[in-house]
Ligand binder design. Structure first.
Ligand SMILES: [Mg+2]
Length: 242
């Protein structure tokens, strides 16, 4: 089984340093205002296609201009990506152990912008290694996660952005698990219809993967995963040529 994990919002806590920097740069903003977005929600109307400026972080209530200033500030921090906290301490070590035990191939996929210091790939590899995942495969990529999942023949993608999960199920044969730490009422309605499972934590993701793999016993793992989350089995991806 080949599993792709997104980093920020799934394994790595970018939210806390991002909000802290926002409040330092814009002292008039109150923490409660900055964080008033849903913790894992999407930021509507921020579909900037400019690859040079990362989007406004989900769950952060800033204008595009403020967000760009925060990104500039973070990018000037030496080896910024090595300093993040793990959202669920121990989850990365647990993932590494399961991957070895169950012969999973794990790919870490991220669209992180560059920061001063080592390359994003190297910072991310060192960060994962320090938290118990030796020799991690890290792909720093931009563009549709669906096309990436298709090209890399991924079976399951774990991401905290509903739009990334949608791309995955529409443009690849992979299944998508949406890690959603906010209120379930704010999950976009299209996710369930398209067979995307919504999961509250990475710990639960790992349990579900093990459970589904055991139940599938060589059969269709994705159908097992969907059944586990009460989703309808999907015949095939509508946009994928077979
Ligand atoms: Mg993310």
């Amino acid at each position: 089984m080949r599993i792709a994990f997104d980093l920020d919002g799934v394994l790595a806590d970018l939210h806390t340093p991002f909000v802290r920097a926002a409040i330092r740069l814009f002292p008039d903003l109150e923490a409660s205002v900055v964080e008033s977005g849903d913790p894992a929600g999407e930021t509507p109307g921020d579909e900037a296609d400019d690859d040079d400026v990362p989007p406004v972080l989900p769950g952060v209530n800033l204008t595009s201009r403020q967000s760009a200033a925060v990104w500039r500030h973070l990018a000037g921090t030496e080896d910024f990506w090595e300093g993040l906290d793990e959202i669920e301490p121990g989850a990365i070590a647990r993932l590494a152990a399961l991957a070895d035990e169950r012969r999973w191939e794990i790919l870490f996929i991220t669209s992180r912008p560059t920061s001063v210091g080592r390359t994003v790939q190297r910072q991310t590899q060192r960060w994962l290694q320090d938290r118990g995942f030796p020799l991690p495969s890290v792909y720093v990529v931009h563009g549709s996660r669906g096309r990436i999942a298709d090209a890399l023949a991924i079976d399951v993608v774990i991401d905290d952005r509903a739009d990334n999960c949608l791309d995955v199920v529409l443009e690849s044969r992979a299944g998508a698990l949406l890690v959603w730490r906010g209120a379930l009422t704010s999950v976009p309605a299209s996710t369930k219809r398209l067979g995307i499972a919504v999961v509250p934590t990475v710990a639960r993701v790992l349990e579900a993967l093990v459970e589904a793999e055991r139940a599938a016993d060589g059969g269709d793992l994705l159908d097992r995963l969907r059944r586990l989350f009460g989703l309808k089995p999907r015949a095939s991806s509508p946009l994928v040529r077979s």
